[in-house]
Design a protein around this ligand. Structure first.
Ligand SMILES: Nc1nc2c(ncn2[C@@H]2O[C@H](COP(=O)(O)OP(=O)(O)OP(=O)(O)O)[C@@H](O)[C@H]2O)c(=O)[nH]1
Ligand SMILES: [Zn+2]
Length: 213
């Protein structure tokens, strides 16, 4: 694994050590923080429509950021060895995801395409690739880190002959605010193993992505 992927994989481990866990705010503190932001937005958190909003927001945060409590190792733990000699590319295309950018805590939304050449260790259940995307997407992210963390986890746990990933996403921090460029798509890719070493393999991955669209 190259140094860049390795350093991002290290970030992919559950990000709260024990000391950070001790610093977790209480639910009441989190709700109070939401009330402050509602006031900052210019509204009145005591009015009827907003009274239950802090509790809802805190509950939504538990779901939207559940990835901090999930471990990529357990998602990829079950491997199927019996594939009757299949050793060609496995591509799962158009895996939808939503994440939040770590700069503005605003969503970015898109699709991930993941391909790998299985090693003799076997293959992973297809749904696990989609689950893996969510483990990392449900954290505060940059698209680059999300891309590298997903491929790094696959490389680390499945030891494939090669892995390729492309993520296409629209960042709401670029469309709803700031520069306000709706529809701009950001595309990131990362390759390991045969995909990194052989341009023909990268071309095959890109051709398979286009196929059928
Ligand atoms: N590289 C990268 N940048 C991102 C991502 N998500 C958001 N950004 C960018 O993060 C940058 C933060 O720039 P700053 O100048 O610190 O913040 P800002 O004043 O809010 O920037 P503007 O968005 O240009 O208004 C912006 O250019 C965003 O477009 C991402 O996933 N990857
Ligand atoms: Zn942003």
């Amino acid at each position: 694994m190259d140094a860049v992927v390795k350093s991002l994989v290290e970030r992919s481990q559950p990000q709260r050590d024990n000391s950070a866990r001790e610093l977790l705010p209480t639910r009441e503190e989190a709700e109070a923080a939401v009330r402050v932001l509602l006031r900052w937005a210019g509204d009145d958190p005591t009015r009827e429509g907003l009274v239950d909003t802090p509790a809802r927001v805190v509950k939504a945060y538990e779901e939207l950021f559940s990835g901090y409590r999930e471990d990529p190792t357990s998602v990829l733990a079950r491997v199927f060895e019996e594939v009757h000699g299949y050793d060609d590319i496995i591509l799962v295309r158009d895996i939808p995801f939503s994440s939040h950018c770590e700069h503005h805590v605003v969503p970015f939304v898109g699709v991930a395409h993941i391909a790998y050449y299985p090693s003799e260790e076997g293959v992973v259940g297809l749904s696990k690739l989609a689950r893996l995307v969510d483990v990392f997407a449900r954290r505060l992210q940059t698209q680059e880190a999300l891309t590298a963390q997903i491929i790094g986890a696959i490389d680390l746990h499945l030891r494939p002959r090669g892995c390729a990933i492309m993520i296409e996403a629209e960042h709401m921090c670029m469309s709803m605010r700031g520069v306000r460029k709706q529809g701009a798509q950001t595309i990131t890719t990362q390759f390991t193993g045969v995909f990194r070493d052989d341009p023909a393999e990268q071309a095959r991955f890109l051709t398979m992505l286009r196929h059928g669209k």
